[in-house]
Design a protein around this ligand. Structure first.
Ligand code: ASP
Length: 361
């Protein structure tokens, strides 16, 4: 009886030891299991090659993704990395077809159980547009991070490798989940909705003047301190699944003595929407205003944004939006206002419904 009792005690102890050993092994495996970050490459200066080390010229998108990944061997310490080349372009050549292809591929990758996050290498010129487009049409809360560089890969003190390392660090961080599409450059993390390129050549070009960055990368780790506002990703009502074209939307830039010719030309060329990069709080000359009023009468949706780098365009300030049937862009500057208007026009051409979208997204 005694033996039996002590035998039971012994076997219970042995069971407990075994259970903790299993637990330890599981924990150790979990700690060793790195997230799988899929990198999708589109070109840009981050993949750029100089024509000569002395000269100023370079070609964007010259190197392929394998070369970029091989250039930062430390990536494999933070994640299991896969890479694929979607296109090889300077982002000045970004277009609707590539956006749709990219959105489709990112959604496919994120739907897979084996992919934890996606990083997209991209030129900086139109990164503010692509990132916002994806923010509105990616249907996953897994991290999506766009990254680029201001100096080509062959430059002395190229900023691409460090930026790529930081982008993968952010993408691999579970805290990045649910924050929408992010942009990482120069040690800073931005929400896609808020970020703009502000300088032609300097490495600290990306800014979010209205809201600030939402995080930073320091000494190899990410700190995300803000939650972006505006509907995005899984909360977005937009989808481009099964779509192969997007509505045509043009931007016209306002200036002193602006005439009506460019607005009329956009309407004639088939624009379904026009974003005006207005002076001040979305204003324009009386002649341009008349052209936009005429465009509206033909069913074109008019969105008033601003050529200024910060601030919101407010409804019915100096232009009577209610009377003219216009939309005020709120905080979205022309490039991003154009992205939202393109997606909005896939659903409706009612200006009041579109105005609500400019408030919500
Ligand atoms: N023109 C380049 C691009 O947008 C500039 C860059 O990547 O920094 O592709």
């Amino acid at each position: 009886m005694q033996t039996l009792t002590s035998g039971r005690v012994i076997s219970r102890q042995a069971g407990a030891v075994l259970a903790s050993a299993v637990l330890l092994a599981v924990t150790a495996t979990a700690a060793l299991a790195k997230p799988h970050v899929a990198i999708v490459a589109t070109g840009g200066t981050i993949a750029g090659a100089q024509t000569s080390p002395q000269g100023p010229g370079y070609t964007a998108g010259a190197f392929n993704i394998e070369t970029l990944i091989a250039g930062v061997p430390q990536l494999k310490d933070i994640a299991d990395i896969s890479g694929e080349q979607l296109v090889k372009i300077g982002s000045q050549d970004m277009n609707d077809a590539v956006w749709l292809k990219l959105a489709k591929r990112v959604n496919e990758l994120l739907a897979g159980k084996d992919v934890d996050a996606v990083v997209i290498t991209h030129g900086t010129d139109t990164m503010e547009e692509t990132s916002y487009f994806l923010d509105l049409v990616v249907n996953s809360d897994k991290p999506v991070v766009l990254v680029g560089s201001m100096r080509p890969a062959t430059a002395i003190s190229a900023d691409g490798p460090g930026n790529l390392y930081d982008a993968v660090t952010v993408a691999a961080d579970p805290d990045a989940k649910g924050r929408g599409v992010l942009v990482v450059l120069n040690d800073q993390v931005f929400a896609a909705r808020d970020v703009y390129k502000t300088n032609t050549t300097q490495v600290d070009t990306f800014k979010a003047l209205d809201r600030g960055p939402i995080g930073r990368v320091e000494e190899g780790s990410a700190e995300l301190f803000e939650v972006p506002t505006g509907k995005h990703t899984t909360a977005s009502g937009f989808s481009v699944a099964g779509t192969d074209t997007l509505p045509k939307v043009d931007i016209v830039y306002a200036y002193a003595n602006m005439g009506r010719e460019l607005i009329d030309a956009a309407v004639k060329a088939g624009a379904k929407g026009i974003v005006v990069a207005g002076v001040g709080n979305g204003n324009m000359t009386a002649e341009a205003l008349q052209a936009l009023t005429d465009a509206r009468k033909q069913g074109v949706v008019v969105v008033r944004s601003t050529r200024l780098p910060s601030g919101a365009v407010t409804r019915n300030a100096e232009v009577n939006d209610d009377e003219l049937g216009f939309v005020a862009a709120e905080e979205l500057k022309p490039g991003k206002a154009r992205v939202l208007l393109k997606l909005a026009l896939m659903k409706t051409s009612d200006p009041m419904q579109i105005q609500q979208m400019f408030r919500d997204y």
